[in-house]
Design a protein around this ligand. Structure first.
Ligand code: ADP
Ligand code: MG
Length: 259
């Protein structure tokens, strides 16, 4: 079982869209995938068509009440893709967790006390570097970082990388960076080309070859409770996410490293 955390403390950079569509593409290859929604806004849960009534158990219970992963997971409409949904009470979890011993390891422990029912776990983070994201980084084998093609793309990245360094030295030495994916690329805008070149010059090979284009189908799909990959599997956004999933698989940490 491999755990990949999707994080960036900036909001609106494509974390949730990436979690949903990479998750769907991985499931389509036959892998059993679990998406853990760690954002109190619950966009990944909603985007996968999990209604509020179907969120009987949630990430909150996973972190605070130590329930088992398989008790909290619900199936999505995508075969082999399950979800641990988020509810609004997760927004209080960050404060409540402070009282707990081992507060940085709650998610990691939840994952490790569960059976190997899934091949890949994806964790969709909230837009902050708070305790929820720290839990996701402590639990992860690798990090996937979406970066929006905009002028300030690299701003804030050093803060993210400092946090990764701290997590490595204190809690999770095996945490690797799977890659950085450029999102919302607009080929009609020359600035985004410039941004993409700059990011590659600074970060090098850690940046995935695949770039996710700005594509309205990607933003329409969640309101139908479907991944773009099912809503319109031939749109440029879906094609890009299929290509990204292929690169993600090629970069999976080796089982020995993942252990
Ligand atoms: P985050 O989880 O980082 O906050 P989201 O994935 O929710 O970001 O994306 C923010 C908004 O932008 C959402 O409305 C989403 O549908 C939209 N969006 C994300 N990626 C794209 C894209 N490549 N093209 C167009 N819209 C996108
Ligand atoms: Mg999100």
């Amino acid at each position: 079982m491999i755990c990949i955390t999707i994080a960036n403390q900036k909001g609106g950079v494509g974390k949730t869209t990436t979690a949903i569509n990479v998750g769907t593409a991985l499931a389509a290859t036959g892998l059993r995938v679990l998406l853990i929604d760690l954002d109190p806004q619950g966009n990944a849960s909603t985007g996968l068509g999990i209604s509020t009534q179907d969120r009987e158990k949630s990430t909150y219970d996973l972190l605070l009440d130590e329930i088992r992963l398989q008790r909290a997971a619900v199936p999505s409409r995508v075969p082999r893709l399950d979800v641990v949904p988020a509810t609004v009470d997760l927004s209080g979890a960050e404060i409540e967790l402070i009282e707990y011993e081992g507060r940085t390891h709650r998610l990691s422990e939840a994952i490790h006390r569960s059976e190997d029912r899934w091949d890949v776990i994806l964790v969709d983070c909230p837009p902050s570097l708070g305790l929820l994201t720290v839990n996701a980084m402590v639990a992860a084998d690798a990090l996937l970082v979406p970066l929006q093609c905009e002028f300030f793309a690299l701003e804030g990245l050093s803060q993210l990388l400092n946090t990764v360094e701290r997590i490595r030295s204190r809690f999770n030495p095996g945490l690797s960076i799977l890659g950085v994916v450029l999102t919302m690329y607009d080929r009609r805008n020359r600035l985004t080309d410039q941004v993409s070149d700059d990011v590659r010059a600074v970060l090098g090979n850690v940046v995935f070859d695949t770039v996710i284009p700005r594509n309205v189908r990607l933003s329409e799909a969640p309101s139908h409770g479907l991944p773009a990959l099912i809503y319109d599997h031939r749109c440029p956004g879906s094609e890009a996410y299929i290509a990204l999933a292929r690169e993600v698989i090629a970069r999976f940490p080796k089982p020995a490293e993942a252990a």
